[in-house]
Design a protein around this ligand. Structure first.
Ligand code: HMG
Ligand code: MG
Length: 299
């Protein structure tokens, strides 16, 4: 009923750090990525090749990527919003990229300065060129459950964007609960609809932010549906402390604690991962919000 193994797609260095107000030195980011890999994570999203004015914290992508690209046996996906971003990523040798779409018009506008369909039109040649270059392509879909401007998001609206990304050639999709409002029944319903629309479960990952404390319950619902790729952020990094609707991702440590408790393999050394998050929290000057990190580091 539950999978024997789960692949964790670690997003701490990208989703976690992209909202950080204080500048994190490139060397610290590189050390973070290396420590995450050292803890046994084999998919470590490294950075984004987006417009530096839109996400100043990741403006050092060109400097950072070469500092980590020698890591053996570790996939280092990067976000690319358009052709310019893809060119920058491929020039550095990146072979795993992610485009990021939205299920809602409000967030497409806020995040990409485009309508949903305009952004899909931008992604189409990007996905094709990435595939031609031999890259693996992930397609994120944000606001799959709720949107801060539009409220609850109907599953068929999400399915339309998912099938468009699949038709373009995306190898996998990641279903984003960007503001952390999903609950397990909603997760189950969306996954079932996507299967009905021809998107197979092995091509689906889940990406839960933990705003309402539902991320683990939602993950379990997804695992019961057959999902084996789960996004998480070391230490629960991420989110802006001033934006109620955007807290951090599901903490990788909380996820690993649950998965190992269920007898599901991850390849992650929880002790080393926790030590990494404690180290990163020191760099950022505030404690990790992860319950598991707190429990394991206050002995
Ligand atoms: P725009 O202003 O519409 O850009 O922004 P444009 O296409 O009109 O181009 C304007 C200028 O920007 C041009 O320069 C371009 O060359 C340059 P000029 O010719 O005027 O000198 N430009 C770039 N420069 C460097 N790298 C690039 C790039 N693209 C254009 N890639 C754009 C459109 C998409 C660029 C902008 O909106 C953007 O960068 N957005 C990124 C936002 C972002 O990174 N958000 C966070 C990631 S998504 C997320 O966190 C959700 C997720 O976690 C899942 C979930 O939780 O739901 C994935
Ligand atoms: Mg996210």
């Amino acid at each position: 009923d539950l999978p024997a193994r789960v692949r964790i797609h670690e997003v701490g260095a990208r989703d976690g750090l992209q909202n950080e107000k204080t500048a994190v030195p490139t060397a610290v980011k590189a050390e973070f990525v290396r420590r995450l890999a050292g803890a046994g994570l084999t998919t470590v999203e490294a950075t984004s090749f987006v417009h530096p004015k839109w996400v100043p914290q990741l403006a050092d992508a060109e400097e950072l990527y070469p500092l980590v690209s020698d890591l053996a046996g570790v996939d280092l996906p990067v976000l690319v919003p358009n052709r310019r971003g893809l060119d920058r990523a491929l020039a550095l040798g990146a072979r795993r990229v992610a485009v990021f779409a939205s299920a809602t018009e409000s967030f497409a506008k806020a995040n990409l300065n485009r309508t949903v369909d305009e952004s899909l039109a931008v992604f189409e040649p990007v996905v094709r060129e990435a595939k031609d270059a031999g890259a693996h392509v992930r397609g994120y879909v944000s606001m799959c459950f709720g949107d801060p401007w539009e409220g609850a998001v109907p599953p068929h609206q999400v399915a339309r964007v998912c099938t468009a990304l699949r038709d373009m050639g995306c190898d996998e999709l990641s279903l984003g609960d960007t503001i952390g409002v999903a609950t397990p029944g909603h997760v189950q319903a969306l996954l079932a609809l996507l299967n009905e629309r021809g998107v197979p479960t092995p091509a689906l990952g889940v990406h839960f932010h933990d705003t309402y404390g539902q991320a683990l319950a939602n993950t379990l619902a997804a695992l019961r549906h057959g999902v084996t790729t789960v996004d998480a952020s070391a230490g629960g990094l991420g989110g802006c402390p001033y934006a109620r609707s955007a807290t951090g991702n599901l903490a990788t440590e909380d996820l690993v604690w649950m998965l190992h408790g269920l007898g599901i393999e991850t390849g992650v050394d929880l002790g080393r991962l926790t030590a990494t998050s404690v180290w990163m929290a020191e760099q950022l000057g505030r404690p990790s919000p992860s319950r598991t990190v707190r429990a394991l580091s206050h002995k």
